[in-house]
Design a protein around this ligand. Structure first.
Ligand SMILES: C[S@@+](CC[C@H](N)C(=O)[O-])C[C@H]1O[C@@H](n2cnc3c(N)ncnc32)[C@H](O)[C@@H]1O
Length: 382
């Protein structure tokens, strides 16, 4: 297949995943041909006549013809295009009925957001360079470092990108570094740095001074950080592969760190706009093991924070078990960590996020137009 055909298949396959809860009412998951036919008819609006040629045999043709008239059950899961267990979980934290707007917002594809790398450029210069390249873009409404690009232009050959003026990063994710708010000479740990999206941002906010350790158990992910590091001009960041959260390389820093970010491994339910397959990969049965892992990582990371220092726990999940409950349980175990109000920390930097419920930062696609994110922050007392 050529690029255009591949793009067509990807788009339609994603559409099927996004509407999985309704399409699997019409065709069983064990019948992939029928799933695709049902999706092309119900989601993409192809007529029965257009699809007849794709049918194999009379039985399939008859089934498809009958499908057009079949009504879907009016369940929350079908209405929101979310698994039943996810709808139940978000209902615990959303006002009456908002789960449906959430489901619809998660159906849309995410906008293409860039973060301006302040080590190399300012936002007006980036906007001007994009305009000069014929690409429509505007400043993001919440993040002071964000640029929202219209459409899906190929950016990775533009000097703007190769010279490290920008990184691709969702606006919501950009706000997490503002919660960490590292100062120039701080010692900072990004405990779950992955390929470094947030670590690069922290380094820029530190003006390349102080020291930033980027930990992760996945060497492959930290490896992906290297070309980004090179482009960005960041020189205060040290990637460190750790074997586990209690690794000696972690323990050596006990009580020495000013700012610790835990961008925890999570269900990723806030990123369904980009990864609709997560609806199928994540199950309620898999959740307890994930919660355990988050708890252990948070405990180990908290040990590093020095008195007066700050701890930030973040996920890209929407499930209260991974978010509010995890944070409340940590506060109960650790009275020496005092919760800080995210809205206040953001306001001090001129960032106003509407509809926050203190003390958390909870970003919702239907309210904020970002991926779903959660963050809690604490200051360690002496
Ligand atoms: C949500 S991702 C981090 C994304 C990254 N911060 C970014 O902005 O691109 C979570 C990361 O946690 C890492 N991880 C999983 N278990 C870990 C552990 N025990 N200690 C440290 N990192 C861990 C995973 O490898 C993964 O890269």
């Amino acid at each position: 297949m050529g690029g255009r055909d591949r793009a067509w298949v990807t788009e339609h396959f994603y559409a099927l995943l996004r509407h999985w809860e309704s399409i699997t009412v019409l065709a069983p998951p064990t019948a992939p041909r029928r799933l695709v036919l049902a999706s092309l008819q119900r989601v993409n609006g192809l007529s029965t006549r257009e699809l007849q040629g794709l049918c194999r045999g009379d039985e399939e043709r008859d089934w498809l013809a009958a499908l057009a008239a079949q009504r879907l059950p009016d369940t929350p899961s079908v209405r929101a295009h979310l698994p039943e267990w996810v709808v139940s979980a978000v209902q615990e934290v959303l006002p009456e009925g908002e789960w449906q707007a959430l489901g619809w917002a998660l159906q849309k594809s995410a906008p293409l957001d860039l973060r301006v790398n302040l080590l190399k450029a300012e936002r007006p210069a980036v906007l001007a360079a994009l305009t000069a390249a014929g690409i429509a873009a505007e400043a993001t409404p919440l993040s002071p470092w964000g640029v929202r690009v219209q459409g899906r232009p190929l950016l990775n050959r533009l000097p703007l990108f190769t010279e490290g003026w920008v990184e691709i990063q969702d606006e919501g994710s950009q706000l997490l570094a503002a919660l960490v708010a590292p100062r120039r000479r701080d010692m900072v740990v990004d405990f779950c740095a992955g390929s470094g999206g947030k670590a690069l941002h922290l380094a820029a906010l530190m003006h390349n001074q102080g020291r930033l350790y980027a930990f992760d158990v996945a060497a492959r992910r930290l490896e992906q950080l290297k070309p980004r590091l090179k482009r960005s001009g960041v020189s205060n960041l040290m990637p460190v592969v750790i074997a586990r959260e209690t690794d000696d390389r972690v323990r050596r820093l006990t009580g020495k760190i000013d700012r610790v970010l835990v961008d925890a491994p999570c269900s990723g339910m806030g990123t369904l706009r980009r990864n609709p397959d997560l609806k199928l990969r994540q199950t309620p049965e898999g959740l307890p093991a994930l919660l355990d892992k988050q708890r252990h990582i948070l405990e180990a990371a908290a040990q590093l924070v020095k008195p007066g220092g700050r701890l930030v726990y973040a996920t890209c999940s929407l499930l209260p078990a991974e978010n509010q409950i995890q944070a409340q349980e940590f506060s109960a175990r650790h009275p020496e960590f005092v919760p800080l109000a995210a809205s206040q920390v953001l306001a001090e930097q001129g960032i106003i996020v509407p509809d926050l419920e203190d003390p958390w930062l909870q970003l919702w696609p239907q309210r904020h137009g970002t991926d779903g994110f959660f963050a809690a922050l604490w200051q360690r007392q002496g």
